[in-house]
Design a binder for this molecule. Structure first.
Ligand code: EPZ
Length: 418
């Protein structure tokens, strides 16, 4: 397995270009199942999860062309309605084929994703919503089997504003008979991006980005050419990199409006962050002030940036309380940060982080995608050498991370493992 080795302590500076958003590309690729003909999607990131999504869609009969940033998908001849455990266990977001398959074929058999490092990750809200729309859903042998001659419009109330749940049901509803209201819907920018794509296909979706989304079902959809939004979590990771290393980074190709909660928080730490043509310029500003962070559904502070923020607070001046409200087990990075000298105490869903003068490089292990990013950031700031193992977690969601950091002056390299 590959490792990433970092000689820390250098302030980073220069320009980084942000790739397309993994969490927008995945539902958008699944939406191709709703059409017959060639869809073209631009700004697709080159990531492990995207390759897994292509494998899954091909197993359903989707024809996929294109290699790097632009792909073309044709679902005209899909016949298989089963997403196998072999594929789904490597990527939970595979659940996103459930809604489109029931809408297009009237049947779907999708493996339950199972849990992951950060939590149990149930999909009960996806299932209940499909049942509310008239689908007959059976859980059998670890699979969700859903059938419906034609889904019916319904009013859906999500107990929790689930991101992929909102996306799944939006895609189920676009071909349903009647109007579907999604209440307490998730408001992430990736939801808005998906709604734009669906409307480009001829769907009638309004309210995306608010907590009530209205979908008026239509008879058929047609293929579309569309663009994936930039990855706000990747962009936020590089903004934090400027703060934790005391450097200055121009983060290009990001959408500043998707990063308000993080940018405000980073300004509270003393960083100087200003909009520039085509992106944001972020600069560390001497010592880092400790701030409290509470993760919330969008537009609150993103849970996907909690671990990265903790690395920065580990070398801040004072005490920071970081509260994780979205997932029940998203502090797996704490033990690894403590190996580097961080002073963190977990109390329930909060971590009390007492800033230390400096972290020390050490061998550490990635446990999940965003935790691995936090360890890269800690390694960039630490004195000495940090060796990160299990970097396959990182490759799921960060394109060319060591190349991008090297271009910013980091002493970082990937060592191919056995
Ligand atoms: C999406 O996951 C993202 N993944 C996650 O990013 C992100 O952390 C998460 O949203 C929250 O923003 C993709 O978009 C592919 P949820 P998702 O459903 O949709 C509970 C990354 O690092 N819940 O919004 O799975 C759930 O357990 C990944 O890129 C139910 O109880 O998250 C969690 O506590 C990690 N029942 C909360 O809701 C359900 O049916 C929010 O989960 C669904 C969710």
């Amino acid at each position: 397995m590959d490792k990433i080795v970092i000689e820390g302590g250098k302030p980073l500076s220069g320009e980084v270009r942000i790739s397309g958003a993994k969490n927008a590309a995945l539902p958008i690729m699944a939406s191709a199942l709703l059409t017959d003909g060639w869809n073209t999607f631009h700004n697709i990131p080159d990531l492990m999860d995207i390759r897994t999504a292509k494998k899954l869609l091909k197993s359903l009969g989707v024809i996929i062309e294109g290699t790097s940033e632009t792909i073309r998908l044709n679902a005209g001849a899909i016949s298989n309605f089963e997403a196998s455990y072999e594929l789904v266990k490597t990527m939970r977001a595979s659940i996103l084929v459930l809604g489109p398959l029931v809408a297009r074929l009237g049947i779907a058999r999708v493996s339950l994703p199972g849990g992951c490092a950060i939590g149990a990750r149930p999909v009960n809200l996806h299932i209940k919503a499909l049942q509310d729309m008239g689908a007959e859903v059976v859980l059998k042998d670890g699979y969700v089997e859903a059938r419906a001659k034609r889904l019916k419009g319904a009013t859906i109330y999500f107990d929790i504003p689930t991101v992929t749940g909102t996306e799944n049901i939006m895609m189920a509803a676009v071909l349903a008979d009647g109007v579907t209201l999604l209440k307490n819907a998730a408001k992430e920018p990736e939801i808005v991006n998906l709604a734009q794509v669906l409307n480009g296909m001829g769907a009638k979706v309004t309210g995306a980005g608010t907590d009530v989304i209205c979908v008026e079902g239509v008879e058929r959809l047609h293929p579309v050419e569309a663009e994936v939004i930039p990855d706000r979590i990747e962009a936020g990771t590089y903004l934090i990199a400027a703060g934790i290393t005391g450097g200055e980074i121009r983060v290009m190709g990001c959408c500043p409006s998707h990063l308000d909660a993080l940018v405000e928080k980073l300004r509270d730490t003393g960083m100087v962050i200003e909009p520039i043509e085509g992106g944001l310029k972020a600069a560390g500003n001497g010592r880092i002030r400790s701030v409290d962070v509470k993760t919330m559904p969008h537009p609150g502070f993103p849970t996907d940036l909690q671990a990265q923020m903790m690395s920065m607070m580990a070398v801040a001046e004072g005490l920071s309380v970081i509260t994780e409200t979205v997932f029940e087990n998203r502090f797996m990075h704490v033990g690894e940060l403590m190996r580097m000298g961080a002073d963190v105490q977990i109390q329930g869903s909060s971590a009390i982080v007492k800033g230390v003068g400096a972290l020390k490089g050490a061998p550490v292990m990635a446990t999940d995608l965003r935790a691995s990013a936090s360890l890269i950031l800690a390694g960039l700031a630490a004195k000495g050498t940090t060796e990160l193992s299990r970097v396959y977690h990182l490759d799921r969601g960060y394109q060319d991370i060591e190349k991008k950091f090297s271009a910013l002056g980091a002493a970082i390299r990937r060592v191919s493992g056995s």
